[in-house]
Design a binder for this molecule. Structure first.
Ligand code: FAD
Ligand code: ZN
Length: 471
């Protein structure tokens, strides 16, 4: 373990008493959910205010001690996990969880970075407003982490990703200075839009301590349906129809293949097959509106699609409980895949017009590369963002399969990129995809990113070794 000057740690302790060097307390903060990265740290610090964060960063800057900012530690690319040498401290924002203000008239709220996403949603709801970001980890991820990863999730189709939901930020910079950019305006053309640089920066440019978020009218009716289709092209056609006829009433459109449903039924207790017969693919559709009448619209959409031969069968949830059951099928896919053994993940986006070609070509390439492997492509159909996850062949050795991660990634990413797609739609780069970024981004883009990094963080103390590949 790399030695960190003990006197610096003592001075940090003098600023923030809520900190620990106890191995068992630090352990959950040193590894991530997929088990791909395991780190070590000299100290885990829980500041309680912006000024405490600023003072800690100032001490770290003076002593060139690197910092890993951390939220709920639900990230999927290792960005919040320190390196294994123990030469960094973790600054975890969980104690900074206050909702500073909800302004229902301005449709904004100001929250501290450590606020858990479900608490942000609840505070908006209490003011009869909606904060629309929604994702599987919402009970533990923090808004600062959501902003730092530019999180996506199931509401992007209607409301945009995190980048589009932020109006202002407060950030502690790499020298300990505080930028107060907590503006609440929807129109503000005043030079470079600095907040956008910190959104999606994965903690490499500064520590976000608070944010102004956009709110929306709260839908008073939400209706959910599951439609069975033969293939991805029918799924895309159904999405196009829904979008064309229902516009912004359509708030989610998710693709679920049959093999994902089968895995969920096998591994997740309490889930039931949604239809009498099995179908190759399903599309989960959600409509939301401030007023009622959505049930009829949903029925008309599905009937017309069935008449045209696009939809083979459909169920419309008749209650909140039934809707939750349909969503549970979708939300349990990753967990079911985990229980099934090793899986190699891809978080790709495609132009929607190329999605069907991609699924066809990439699935064939995966089977050629690893015969017997099982492609489970699911996710945010309406955004062209598919979690193209590949489960190990039945009975195969998990470790040997997962060792093929980078090679299989290259096969799949090459196909996505050749069709105008991206190798990272919503999960970011972190440590997992640094080399992938280096491979697909041009030298000019990489150089611009490096220049930005050194302008904001000249001593490279903000989450070093993340996002940017080594020069
Ligand atoms: P962490 O994991 O703690 O950190 C993530 C990155 O942000 C790290 O690089 C860290 O250094 C940095 N960071 C954290 N807080 C700050 C801060 N205050 N200032 C500066 N940098 C900071 N993601 C999606 O986009 N869409 C999904 O649908 C989705 N579904 C998920 C489902 C599950 C079950 C799980 C486990 C994860 C899912 N994710 C999804 C990934 C993850 O939840 C998101 O990336 C989330 O936004 C991370 O938030 P966090 O607070 O856990 O951040
Ligand atoms: Zn997702």
């Amino acid at each position: 373990m790399q030695k960190v000057d003990k006197s610096v740690l003592d001075r940090i302790r003098g600023v923030v008493t809520a900190c620990t060097t106890d191995q068992s307390e630090m352990a959950p903060h040193l590894e991530e959910i997929r088990g791909l990265f395991h780190g070590d740290t000299a100290m885990l610090v829980f500041p309680g205010s912006t000024s405490e964060v600023a003072e800690v960063v100032r001490l770290c800057a003076e002593n060139r001690l690197p910092i890993v900012p951390q939220g709920g530690n639900t990230g999927l690319v290792g960005g919040g996990i320190p390196h294994a040498d123990g030469g960094e401290i973790i600054v975890n924002l969980k104690r900074m969880s206050a909702v500073r203000e909800v302004d229902a008239t301005n449709q904004t709220m100001t929250v501290e970075a450590g606020c858990v996403l479900t608490d942000v949603q609840a505070a908006a709801q209490a003011a009869d407003r909606l904060f629309p970001l929604s994702l599987g980890a919402e009970g533990s991820c923090q808004i600062g982490g959501n902003i730092s990863t530019n999180a996506g999730g199931t509401g992007v189709l209607r409301y945009g990703n995190m980048r589009e939901l932020v109006l202002g930020l407060e950030v502690v910079l790499a020298d300990g200075g505080v930028w107060d950019g907590l503006r609440t305006l929807r129109k503000d053309n005043t030079g470079y839009d600095l907040k956008q640089l910190f959104i999606g920066a994965e903690g490499t440019l500064g520590i976000i301590t608070a944010a102004v978020l956009k709110l929306f009218p709260r839908p008073h009716e939400v209706r959910t349906a599951l439609a069975a289709v033969t293939d991805p092209s029918a799924a895309v056609e159904l999405f196009e129809r829904a979008r064309a006829t229902l516009g912004d009433l359509l708030t989610a459109c998710e693709l679920i293949p049959r093999n994902a449903v089968a895995l969920v039924l096998r591994h997740i207790p309490g889930c039931r097959d949604p239809m009498a017969e099995a179908h190759p693919y399903y599309v989960l559709i959600e409509l939301s509106a401030p007023s009622t009448g959505l049930g009829d619209l949903l029925e008309q959409l599905l009937m017309a699609a069935a008449d045209s031969g696009i939809v083979r069968d459909a169920v419309i949830a008749e209650s909140g409980e039934q809707a939750r059951k349909l969503w549970r099928l979708r939300d349990s896919i990753s967990e079911a895949q985990r229980a099934e053994g090793g899986s190699i993940k891809h978080d790709v986006t495609l132009p929607l017009s190329r999605l069907t070609d991609f699924l066809c070509e990439a699935s064939a390439a995966v089977i050629r590369a690893i015969p017997g492997s099982r492609v489970v492509p699911f996710g945010h159909l309406g955004d062209g963002n598919i979690h193209f996850n590949v489960s190990q062949p039945e009975g195969a050795d998990r470790k040997a399969f997962v060792a093929k991660w980078a090679n299989l990634n290259r096969v799949v990413h090459d196909i996505a990129v050749s069709m105008g797609g991206s190798f990272s739609a919503e999960h970011g780069i972190g440590r997992l995809k640094r080399e992938v970024l280096a491979h697909y981004r041009s030298p000019l883009e990489l150089d611009l990113m490096r220049r930005l990094k050194s302008a904001f963080d000249p001593h490279n103390i903000m989450n070093p070794g993340k996002v940017l590949p080594s020069p």
